[in-house]
Design a protein around this ligand. Structure first.
Ligand code: GLU
Length: 395
């Protein structure tokens, strides 16, 4: 079996560090097994998806060094790779499920569903659809539809229990009665995430779905849908939540959450990759600094931890310093240059003209900075007092 994995971001913001870790683990798994790493843009939420976000996610992925084998810009045999462009296929599969009675039209209005939910919650019951439209006759459905009554399409959850194997969490069993008859298509005809993700993963022949633990609640719905479509489900691996220092889901409260911010703050790229991989995976339990090659050679989904991974900003800084120190001075100088220019210490032309001097300065400072952006402050004294003396003397 050829391994085919995907990273499927919704383009609704910058690349989140949690998303980047998911992408990295998928990418490493694909590379390890010489499989395909697919990038699929899940842009069905038209209100929140933006082209700008898509662009910035792709750019951040490239910066991290994750080339995708199939996806926007590269294309491939299973395209298109933007979910919104696959709508015809989604509608086709929905129609098939309706015809086979594995899905049904629901005419319940939002007000009724809200009241139902409130009533159930007041009784301390789990809110769920009560099945009012589950067994409407085909004639009634046809009549109401022809009369222009709006409807959603719900998945008909069968009786019984369902199992799946999760590479991180082991065997998972759930009772189907715990799964609601969930909505596949909204009344405006737009499909929901649980429906399209299965359509696309199946059509793209995805073999392993590695994604954040927040999606574990969705997996039963998705496994049941694979069964309804007569397909075998891919293998799953749910990656532990990334937690902030307050042990709650990582959020802006306890630190930056987007990859771009760390890039702009001057974290070495390989340090970012290394640090993100440490959020839930370890090379051997001891080695904290490892290369991308070592990651690819050793990455095992089975070894990913179940428990939440605490994002430790101090450790991130330490790791950044480890990488920065190892860089060739000329390379490090090139990385630091934009920050020196931005701080107004030197112009791009001056840096060009005094490159050798600047590389020497950086060589002398590498032990003392952790981020490229920390250099200007450390070398500002060279530019103080008599304008340009220290600088002129060395030339
Ligand atoms: N678009 C979903 C997300 O960004 C993908 C989830 C999945 O990998 O199934 O969370």
């Amino acid at each position: 079996m050829t391994v085919r994995v995907r990273y499927a971001p919704s383009p609704t913001g910058l690349l989140h560090v949690g998303g980047a870790r998911t992408a990295l683990f998928n990418w490493a798994w694909a590379r390890r097994h010489e499989g395909a790493f697919v990038l699929r843009i899940e842009d069905t939420d038209k209100e929140r998806s933006t082209e700008e976000s898509e662009r910035s996610i792709l750019e951040a992925m490239q910066w991290l060094g994750m080339e995708w084998d199939e996806g926007p810009g590269v294309e491939g045999p299973f395209g298109p790779y933007r979910q919104s462009e696959r709508d015809g296929r989604h509608q086709e599969l929905c129609a098939r499920l309706l015809e086979e009675g594995k899905a049904y039209r629901c005419f319940c209005e939002a007000e009724r569903l809200t009241a139902l939910r409130e009533e159930q919650m007041a009784k301390k019951e789990n809110p769920r659809y009560d099945g009012r439209c589950r067994d409407l006759s085909p004639e009634e459905v046809a009549e109401r539809t022809a009369a222009g009554e709006p409807s959603t399409v719900r998945f008909r959850v069968p009786e019984g229990e369902t199992r799946f194997t999760d590479h991180v969490r082991g065997d998972v069993v759930f009772q189907n009665k715990e799964v609601d008859d969930w909505v596949m298509l909204r009344s405006d005809g737009s499909p929901t995430y649980n429906f399209v993700v299965v359509c696309d993963d199946a059509d793209m022949e995805i073999t392993h779905v590695l994604r954040g633990e927040e999606h574990l609640v969705n997996t039963p719905k998705q496994v049941l849908l694979y069964e309804a479509l007569g397909l075998s489900a891919p293998e799953f691996g749910h990656l532990p939540l990334m937690l902030g220092s307050d042990k709650k889901k990582l959020s802006k409260r306890t630190g930056h959450t987007s990859v771009q911010v760390y890039r702009d703050l001057g974290y070495p790229r390989d340090a970012v990759v290394n640090f993100l991989c440490l959020q839930g995976w370890a090379l051997d339990g001891e080695t904290e600094v490892f290369s991308v090659d070592e990651l690819i050679k050793n990455f095992e989904v089975r070894d990913v931890s179940k428990g939440g991974a605490v994002f430790d900003p101090e450790k991130f800084l330490w790791l950044a310093g480890e990488y920065l120190r190892e860089e060739e001075p000329a390379v490090c100088a090139a990385h630091c240059a934009p920050y020196v220019i931005e701080a107004g210490l030197m112009t791009a032309e001056e840096l060009d003209a005094r490159n050798e001097w600047f590389v020497d300065v950086v060589r002398g400072m590498q032990e003392r900075v952790r981020l490229y952006s920390e250099l200007p402050e450390k070398i500002a004294f060279l530019f103080e007092g008599d304008e340009g003396i220290a600088y002129a003397q060395t030339s």
